[in-house]
Structure formats: C-alpha cells, structure tokens
Design a protein around this ligand. Structure first.
Ligand code: BG6
Length: 489
C-alpha cells in the first residue's frame, strides 16, 4: 500500500450544483440559473425573452439572439435553483463528511454570491460571511477546504452585458473576485484551484468540419483570457499568503487510438495535445507549447495576445496539477465505428470496457496511465479532484441504499492510484465527485447520483431533502481509516 501518511482523502462538489438558494443572501444569478434540466438524450436549454417579449430556448453553444435577455421562465423548472439546498444544510453535510473521516472537502465559491453582477467595487458581505462560516465549520472537524474559484458560474450580468469570457475585461473582474477570496479566507483556506476543467472551452477536435471555425476562435480566445486571469490570481494568491497551494484543474480524459493505423496514432497524439496538454502546458510551464502554432493555423484563429499577457503567464505558473477523471475515450480517423459520448467528450466504443447508464466508460487503468504520464511531464504534486460513477440509486423503505457497483468502481480506481504512487507519482489527494448527490452539470438531473450520501430530492425538486448514508458511505469511511489499504474491503 503506497498512500502517504498525510494523504488527503475526501470528496468534491460545486456551488451551483449543491448550494441552491440562488436568489438568497444577496446572490445574483448565474448562467446555471437560467438553464433547464435535461436527460442523457435531451439537452439542457438556456432560456431567454427575445426582443419581442417572446420566451425562447437556446443550446449551450448557440448565440443569444440579438436584443434577447436571459430570463427565468414561469413554466420551466431550473434544477440549480434548489439543488440540494446545501446553503442551508452545510452543517449537517459537513458533519456527515467528518463521520466518513474526510481530510479534505473540495467546494467552490459562487462568484455571484460575492459579486452579484460581477462588476461591483465592494463584495456582498453576506456572501463573504457565508463562506467564512462554511470554512470554519470544516476546520472544526480538521477538514481542509480545497476551493475552486470558478466552477462554470460566471455571473449572468457578465454573460449578458460583457459577452462573458469573450471579453478581455473579464480578466480584471475575475482577478478582483479571486483576490477577495484569498484576502478574506487567508488562514482558513490553503488549497485553491483557479478554473474548473478549464480545457472544456476547447471544442472537441473533429475531422469532418462539423464544428464551425468560430467556435475554435471563441474557445481559444476565452482560454487565453482565462490563462491570464489564472496567472494573475496565482501571483496575488502567493503574495497574500506564501503558504497557498494553487492548482490548475483539467478535465482528464485518457485518449487511446482505436486502431494501430499510424493515422490514428497521430490523431490520438493531437487529441492529447489539443484537449489535455494545451491548457496545463501553459498553466504549469508558463508559456504556449510549440504545437499551439499548429493548432492556431489549423483552426484559422487570430488571437488577442499581448506581450504583457505572456509575461503574466510566465510569472503565474501553478503549484500543483489537479484533474477530474471519469473515463477514457477511443479516437479514430476511420468511419463507421460506434460512437459514444462522455464527460464533455466523445469517441468510439471501446469493446474492452463497460459503460454506465449514461454511456460513460469505466477504465481504472486509464487513471494510472494518466497519472504517470502527467507526473512525468510536469513533476508537480497532483490531486485527483473528481472521480466517480453517476448511477441510479434506490432509497429502501428502511432508509438504506445499496450501491455495490459504486464501491467496485472506487475500489478499482483507488488501486490504480496506489499503483501510480508506487511507480513514483507525487499524488497528494483524492476527492471523489459528488460525495453527496448533487445536480448533474451535464444533464441537470439529480437521479444521476454520484454520492456516498443520498439526498431525497428528484429531478423536479420534490422530496424531503433528507440525507441518507449509502453502503458506499461506510465503505469509504473504512478506506480512509485504513489510508487506502483495501485488504478485506
Ligand atoms: C465535471 C464537472 O465535468 O464532471 C462537474 O467538473 C460535473 O461539475 C462532473 O458534475 C460530472 O458530470 P455530470 O455531467 O455527470 O454532472
């Protein structure tokens, strides 16, 4: 068993998927508050009122029509408004995390709870105090907070009036928000992540031209502004407290070539470069990699990058690499193979793997592969900050939930981390995703459950919101007690 003595075992959530209380405590709306629920086969829609006052629906990547305003429509249900109501129930949730023996809890700060529109000079004090209380509660149980500063929830006002991250002004507004977090929570929080799954802004590379080029132009430009914002935040975070450990956070997919055709091998390498390494090369090494030029040419992009920006990138490299890991993807240049989806990605079906009810592959070996590959590239401490199985659960009449499939999933992934550590990877922590059931980011469902703790609420917000310990709760508690030794578990 290779886990170091002070290994950070825990779980992860995000403000917009857990808190609820979307219009309480002085909080302003975020894009997630005008996003409806969907399913595996039907998308989530973003709602608006068009220039003639008619209600409208758009998909995530569609443009908001000219003159339209984002709006909450009366006849629609918005799952993030209530989520699991953690805003009011955080003490109960933290007590349950403590019961499992958590050493760390990953959560995010809602930008619009601190800066309701994102443009204010002075933050919303009620929001500041809320998170201070949460951090103090965690500390009471010796649980280290790991805080994501941005987890998909730019204030709606900035989306509407500034066109979100397409606008360079977002850099300074984000930096103000981040600086407030570092100052206010100095001494309470040491571990920070600047942007959740930053690489999701990079559209999936496709060979058939089905993704319009403007999406690459926008995606890569947004990424550049986020890189600069992150680099500036890292410098400020270090200045405010040199003890701060600040990380990047990458949506980690382990890509494989579907065949041994050399074209597939090369396509697979490009997939790693474009989807995985592009962001972390900049954030960990402080400059754009060589292959960035190839990408910019391929996608015909013309980016607003200044000399000052490049200086900031150099000075603001992160202290650690963190990532989410759910699955691997096969990629190919061949037509006719069965297609599969996944966490913000797509590929072709891997005959050697099992797929979840939502069509995500389960591939623990890919986690070891990924960890060893990344450590070798950056040689920085690593944390796996999301991992888990989204599945259906049944609450029995006696309040139990039997989830052996989830235990099996975690067991195999913990073994993979063990192996990676044994092989030399400096892995310092593991926070499973949705350690308590939360609203799914992709589908808006709550029935896609990841937690050790079951929350009694359905996709339309019906239920008591009571919390129940699943079988995996007791199992993970033992894993933590044994510091990852899985003998007899
Ligand atoms: C990651 C996100 O993409 O995966 C989380 O950081 C998200 O916010 C998680 O919830 C699981 O995805 P989903 O779509 O099943 O919620």
């Amino acid at each position: 068993m290779a886990f170091p003595k002070n290994f950070l075992w825990g779980g992860a959530t995000a403000a917009n998927q857990a808190e609820g209380a979307w219009n309480e405590g002085g909080r302003g709306p975020a894009l997630t508050d005008v996003t409806t629920g969907g399913t595996k086969d039907t998308p989530r829609y973003i709602t608006f009122i068009d220039k003639d006052g008619k209600p409208g629906f758009k998909k995530k990547h569609d443009k908001l029509p000219e003159g339209a305003k984002y709006a909450v429509l009366k006849d629609q249900y918005y799952p993030n408004h209530l989520a699991i109501d953690q805003y009011h129930r955080y003490k109960e949730d933290i007590a349950l995390f403590a019961e499992m023996g958590f050493k760390v809890y990953r959560m995010s700060i809602s930008w619009s709870r601190l800066y309701p529109k994102g443009i204010e000079e002075v933050p919303n004090q009620e929001g500041i105090e809320h998170y201070r209380d949460v951090f103090k509660e965690l500390r009471k149980y010796n649980i280290e907070p790991l805080v994501t500063i941005w987890h998909f929830d730019t204030p709606l006002y900035l989306e509407e009036e500034f066109d979100g991250w397409n606008n360079r002004k977002l850099i300074d507004l984000y930096v103000r928000f981040a600086e407030t977090c570092f100052r206010e929570y100095k001494g309470l929080v040491k571990y920070w992540l600047t942007f959740n799954e930053i690489n999701n802004s990079m559209p999936q590379p496709v060979r058939d031209g089905s993704t319009p080029l403007w999406r690459y132009q926008e995606g890569l430009q947004q990424l550049h502004y986020q890189f600069v914002a992150s680099a500036k935040a890292v410098q400020i975070g270090h200045r405010i407290d040199p003890e701060n450990m600040i990380g990047c956070m990458i949506c980690g997919i382990c890509y494989y070539p579907a065949t041994c055709d050399p074209k597939d091998i090369l396509w697979n390498r490009h997939m790693w470069e474009e989807k995985i390494f592009y962001c972390s090369d900049v954030q960990c090494k402080g400059s754009y990699p060589t292959y960035a030029k190839r990408m910019w040419k391929k996608y015909n992009v013309n980016l607003d990058i200044t000399e000052e920006d490049l200086e900031e990138l150099k000075k603001g490299t992160v202290d650690m690499y963190t990532f989410s890991y759910y699955m691997s993807q096969n990629v190919t240049t061949h037509d006719g193979m069965e297609k599969v989806g996944g966490n913000m990605s797509s590929g072709t079906k891997n005959p050697y793997l099992q797929y979840s009810d939502w069509g995500w592959s389960t591939d623990p070996s890919g986690l070891d592969y990924y960890l060893e590959m990344i450590y070798d590239r950056y040689e920085k401490p690593i944390m796996v900050v999301e991992n888990g199985l989204g599945a259906f659960d049944t609450l029995e009449e006696d309040g139990t939930v039997h989830d052996p499939f989830r235990i099996d999933y975690f067991r195999e992934h913990i073994k993979a981390m063990d192996l990676a550590i044994e092989n030399g990877v400096d892995l310092i922590g593991y926070t499973t995703w949705g350690c308590i059931d939360v609203v799914s980011a992709g589908t808006g469902e709550i029935r896609k459950r990841y937690g050790f703790i079951y929350v009694d609420v359905d996709d339309l917000g019906n239920g008591t919101l009571n919390r129940y310990r699943k079988d995996s709760f007791y199992w993970y508690k033992k894993v933590i007690e044994n510091n990852g030794n899985l003998e007899n578990l």
